[in-house]
Design a protein. Structure first.
Length: 253
């Protein structure tokens, strides 16, 4: 695999029972870049990114054909531990989902699950992760408070910090700003641009302005097909496919 490619999908078909949700999708996710997935509701973009950390296999009666790689590791190989893949490929959902625990415990939980017992190391990792997620200054005096007391935007940044604590390499964002106000959305977008220095980022968004602002590459999905993929500037200014142009200009979707 190209050294600039962090993850790769090759000829992926995916089924929910007899319903085919993805049709022959091949796509590269580049290291230290933001890749956006756009398209109308139900087009397969969220299903697609969930393949990158094997979340779809938690859904009964699903079938995957094709291969997905993380670096040179085929992630669906029987020899590969799904839990380890989900550590290396973290996910932030549309609605923030903090654990009903303290702010500190939300971040330390993954470390303890992975067998880390050094208290000083855990405390430092919690602080470092919250700083990377640009929320430390807002919570440093209330680490023992319930995470559920945080605002929606703060909860979303906490969930990002939770990913960072376990040394993830790729972060999947599934419409991370859909339930947030404009100020919180701007903070998340600024954070994504900062995080790409150290992580590979994939974001599903219905907001094409957001895709244009934060992403380096964009893939347009329609009815389970990857219609077009390329540099974001090219997709938005000179798409090669008429269906892409029609969607971007608001003719449908």
């Amino acid at each position: 695999m190209d050294n600039n490619v962090k993850m790769q999908a090759k000829n992926v078909d995916f089924f929910y029972g007899k319903n085919q949700a993805l049709n022959n999708v091949s796509l590269d996710i580049y290291a230290n870049k933001v890749t956006a997935m756009i398209g109308p509701s139900g087009c397969g973009k969220s299903t697609f990114i969930r393949l990158f950390n094997r979340m779809n296999e938690l859904v009964p009666h699903t079938i995957l054909h094709g291969k997905i790689f993380l670096d040179d590791l085929e992630i669906n190989s029987p020899l590969v531990d799904a839990v380890d893949i989900r550590r290396r490929v973290g996910m932030v959902f549309q609605k923030p989902n903090p654990f009903p625990k303290s702010i500190f415990e939300n971040i330390s939980y993954g470390l303890k699950v992975n067998g880390i017992k050094d208290k000083a190391f855990i405390e430092q990792k919690v602080e470092d992760s919250l700083k990377k997620a640009v929320i430390w200054d807002e919570v440093k005096c209330r680490l023992n408070d319930s995470a559920l007391k945080l605002s929606g935007g703060q909860q979303q940044r906490l969930c990002i910090a939770r990913c960072l604590a376990v040394e993830t390499e790729v972060i999947l964002f599934d419409e991370p700003c859909a339930s947030l106000d404009p100020i919180s959305t701007a903070k998340i977008e600024e954070l994504i641009l900062e995080l790409k220095k150290d992580y590979s980022i994939v974001i599903v968004t219905h907001n094409m302005q957001q895709a244009a602002r934060v992403s380096d590459y964009t893939g347009f999905f329609l009815l389970g097909e990857l219609v077009e993929f390329g540099k974001t500037q090219d997709i938005f200014t000179s798409p090669k496919e008429k269906r892409t142009e029609d969607y971007i200009t608001g003719r449908y979707g």
